[in-house]
Design a binder for this molecule. Sequence first.
Ligand SMILES: *Cc1c(COP(=O)(O)O)cnc(C)c1O
Length: 377
Amino acid sequence: MKAKTKMIHAGITGDERTGAVSVPIYQVSTYKQDGAGKHRGYEYSRTGNPTRHALETLITELENGKAGFAFGSGMTAITSVMMLFDSGDHVVMTDDVYGGTYRLMTSVLNRFNLDHDFIDTSDPEKVEQAIKPNTKALYIETPTNPLLKITDIKKMVEIAKRHNLYVIVDNTFATPYWQQPIDLGADIVLHSATKYIGGHSDVVSGLVVVNSDELANDLHFIQNSVGGVLGPQDSWLLIRGIKTLGLRMEATEQNTKDLVAFLQDHPQVSNIYYPGLETHQGHHVAKQQATGFGGMVSFDVGSADKAEQVLQRVNYFTLAESLGAVESLISVPAKMTHASIPKDRREELGITDGLIRVSVGIEDSEDLIEDLKQAMA
Ligand SMILES: *Cc1c(COP(=O)(O)O)cnc(C)c1O
């Protein structure tokens, strides 16, 4: 099955009993048992729910894994994955991970003595050097936010094999439409499905796929013990979102290419961060491990004032956090998502006050370009 067909036909489609083409929303908490302890596969919706199960089966097939799990947010998905580890374990992580992941590790899980180091994982040598006797996993995000840095997943897998570590990949930006880390040897793939997978800015959710029966058992035990499951209505919205994931990813990428071409010719734009550009740090690795470069682009307009002007003047770009939706979103990381990072550290990373991040939607690119042109004039 090719990628776009898979988005429609993978997983559990429709309803056997009635012939309904869409998976029913099983808005239910408990299930009638035929005798004490004799249930028909479902007993309580924290443990399992048919609509959630349909979504979990679908994402498992899209990521080519063994089992999938749906959570009430990306952060609950990440937290649940971290609960696979013990107090005293150590995880090597990409240094520019999502801000919420950074906060989880440094302000919550640190209190339970789960140790971590943030490393530039685009440099495999640095990763190798950061491994300690108690290291249990490499946790990587690729591409990252907002500079779209790329980590070589296969190289991470090579290192992990030598040291007997898990490789965990946050695949939110690439989506399974472009990138399947389990095929490259990763053990666990996770998503903020709030972003591209949902795709319509209308649901907060997280997904995890694992590559072994052992991890599947362990993570289901955690999901059922801790809770944090995704409700049936939201599960259904994700199934619907996935049906157009291929179309949306193709459309956003085409629009992004058009926008990048415009930005390249613009005299006020200095740095453009997009993995599709040959000059981008991770272009060659991105090309090897993913079939598309995605719809996120960041660029520098030189100053905080100029960036503010652009934000105030745009009509088709919504000033908001989040990404991966049908509508274009615009933000200034230094003042929004990355405001908690000290200014000199930000500048060091390249997150200047004039850096604008765009999540390109699926509007007509002519309109998006015209809009940016007038906003920057
Ligand atoms: C948004 C995001 C998260 C967190 O997901 P929520 O659904 O907001 O909890 C994690 N990782 C990445 C890369 C994200 O963009």
